[in-house]
Design a binder for this molecule. Structure first.
Ligand SMILES: [Zn+2]
Ligand SMILES: [Zn+2]
Length: 590
């Protein structure tokens, strides 16, 4: 275990706790022990526990095969049976260097060279395997019973693309076989729901080398999902007194000098493009543009609050290593709003945001938890009084809405206290999406004011909030939450009409037209296939309703709907089916 050598691991932060950390760290050493025994030519690099398991990196000219993993795992079980103690020892730099030099362990020699002069060189030994390591470990290998190697992946030495590619073996370990089993099942379920996989299988989206990593192309089916979610969003925002605005995708650097983005966020902004002697940037945030709209004229306190809402597309740099399907990208559309209000209005505005958020999240089938992130310890803008006022307003609003919350002490942005909200998906994972911030910075930088009842200008209170977060991320998570089985109100195709016989083709077309006239999204499957195959294909495409029609239905004006996952609903008049599905769409059932 070497990557945390410099500082030592902070075990209190490890997900699952210190005991699990010890266990997985020990399992990583057992893995390295087994590999060095079975493959004497392999060089060992290092490997720590990670969230959900552990890994270890090895240099080996040919890839580890699945059969290799089985052998390694079997050897690990033998090492566990030997119950070798993990022995701690301090050694001299010279002694350690000699040992690893004699074995040609150049990666270990590198880690050794990273230990500051005069600092202790600590090692752990089990059997013949000695590792540069600060621990901690369990007492002996026999304590590590429930473990599994999961997969191998390439990993650059020291994480740099300029270095050679090593092979990283991943595994996980738990205190009991039951815990391990439960974890493996959860992982398998997550894999089945992976939005990148479903994105391919259901023809939802793509990302292209020719265009660039982290830039998402929405295909027609997912385009419809987005349209539905955006329409819902717009309707509810208009009802809640928001006004829609649209702003450009690029802006002069002058804007970002004033906003402070050039100074504070240069590393996430793309390089400037030169237009008429002026440097422009792709916009990383919508806030400065909304401020421009607000400041285009004077505002009296009587006009406030003003709530500007925009589905605003922004571009931010993310390292290629962290990009992940639709969930971590370089271009995305925030469902962004900025509320300009007076101090007296702040709390009720936050309450309004929380109410709207609750509607959006629960309609999409999520439970959620709120976190109140307060003033950072060291670097922050504004006065303590301002922070107290803003933080109090957030807290009071949460309490007024009766929302339980946890306090994330010092977790605020340097310019704003905030409420972070985490969704809980169908398999119990948490995702940070909505955020509500009270800005203590931009109104000052831009001089954003309103005229008060006293005829004087006062600094406006500015609230940033995104409820979906970004459409890309939200929809990516939604694909995983639903496993691609979108609720009927969201499903790109809600009904597929399936004629059982060519004689029913006309009736099928007429039925589809009737459904379309009732605002349903309909396809007709007139392929020359067996009924069973058509139903199977519709199920694979996760279309919620299949409506089977035959010549007899044509005579009677009936149809035979099937609900995916529920089966046949029986023959009924078409009007009755329309009533049923329309009600499901209207109530946004999930
Ligand atoms: Zn270690
Ligand atoms: Zn903003």
């Amino acid at each position: 275990m070497s990557s945390a050598m410099a500082t030592g691991p902070d075990l209190s932060q490890y997900p699952g706790g210190e005991d699990l950390y010890r266990l997985r760290h020990s399992a990583a050493h057992i893995l390295a022990t087994a590999v060095t025994e079975l493959f004497p030519d392999v060089k060992v690099a290092g490997g720590p526990p990670v969230d959900g398991g552990f890994y270890y990196d090895f240099a080996k000219p040919t890839p580890f095969t699945p059969e290799d993993l089985e052998r390694i795992e079997a050897r690990m079980h033998e090492i566990v049976a030997l119950d070798q103690p993990f022995e701690y020892a301090e050694t001299t730099r010279e002694e350690a260097r000699k040992l690893w030099e004699s074995r040609g362990e150049k990666y270990k020699l590198h880690f050794l060279s990273q230990i500051p002069e005069g600092a202790k060189v600590t090692t752990y030994r089990n059997g013949d395997f000695l590792d540069l390591c600060r621990g901690p470990h369990v007492a002996s290998t026999g304590k590590v019973k429930a473990f599994k190697l999961t997969h191998v992946a390439g990993a650059y030495w020291l994480g740099s693309e300029r270095n050679e590619m090593l092979q990283r073996i991943y595994g996980t370990a738990f205190a009991s076989a039951a815990d391990l089993e439960e974890h493996l099942q959860r992982v398998e379920e997550a894999l089945k729901r992976d939005h990148r996989r479903l994105g391919r299988e259901l023809d939802l989206f793509s990302i292209h080398e020719e265009v660039g990593p982290g830039l998402v192309h929405w295909h027609p089916r997912l385009g419809m999902v987005r349209h539905v979610l955006e329409t819902f969003w717009k309707e509810e925002h208009l009802k809640a007194g928001y006004q829609l605005v649209y702003t450009p995708h690029i802006a002069s650097e002058k804007l970002y000098e004033v906003s402070g983005h050039l100074q504070n966020y240069a590393d996430i902004m793309y390089s400037p493009m030169q237009i008429d002697e002026q440097a422009y940037r792709a916009k990383p945030m919508n806030c400065p543009n909304h401020i421009m709209i607000y400041m285009s004229r004077k505002h009296s306190y009587r006009e406030l609050p003003l709530r500007y809402a925009e589905l605003g597309t922004v571009y931010r740099y993310e390292r290629s290593g962290v990009l992940h399907g639709m969930e971590r990208v370089r271009g995305f559309t925030q469902d962004d709003s900025h509320i300009f209000c007076t101090p007296e209005q702040l709390q009720s505005e936050i309450e309004g945001v929380l109410q709207l958020m609750d509607l959006l999240l629960t309609t999409c089938g999520y439970e959620y938890r709120c976190y109140l992130a307060t003033r950072p310890q060291e670097k922050y803008l504004g006065s303590e009084a301002e922070w107290d006022f803003a933080t109090d307003a957030l807290r009071q609003a949460l309490e007024k809405r009766g929302l339980p919350y946890e306090v994330d002490e010092g977790g605020g942005a340097f310019y704003a206290p905030k409420i972070d909200v985490k969704l809980r998906d169908a398999i119990g994972r948490e995702w940070q999406c909505p955020t509500i911030q009270v800005d203590l910075n931009l109104p000052k930088r831009f001089g954003v004011v309103y005229t008060g009842p006293d005829g004087q200008e006062h600094e406006v209170i500015m609230l940033h909030r995104a409820l979906y977060g970004s459409l890309e991320r939200f929809v990516g998570i939604f694909i995983e939450h639903t496993g691609g089985e979108f609720p009927v109100w969201v499903a790109p195709t809600q009904v597929i009409v399936i004629p059982v016989h060519p004689k029913a083709h006309d009736y099928a077309a007429e039925t589809a037209a009737m459904f379309r006239a009732a605002d349903l999204r309909v396809e007709v499957d007139t392929r020359d296939e067996k009924l069973g195959a058509k139903i199977r294909d519709a199920e694979l495409q996760k279309v919620p309703y299949m409506v089977v029609v035959g010549p007899r239905d044509a005579a009677a004006g009936t149809c035979a709907p099937r609900r995916k996952g529920q089966g046949d609903l029986g023959t009924m008049p078409r009007e009755q089916f329309i009533e049923r599905i329309t009600e499901e769409v209207r109530t946004k059932a999930h």
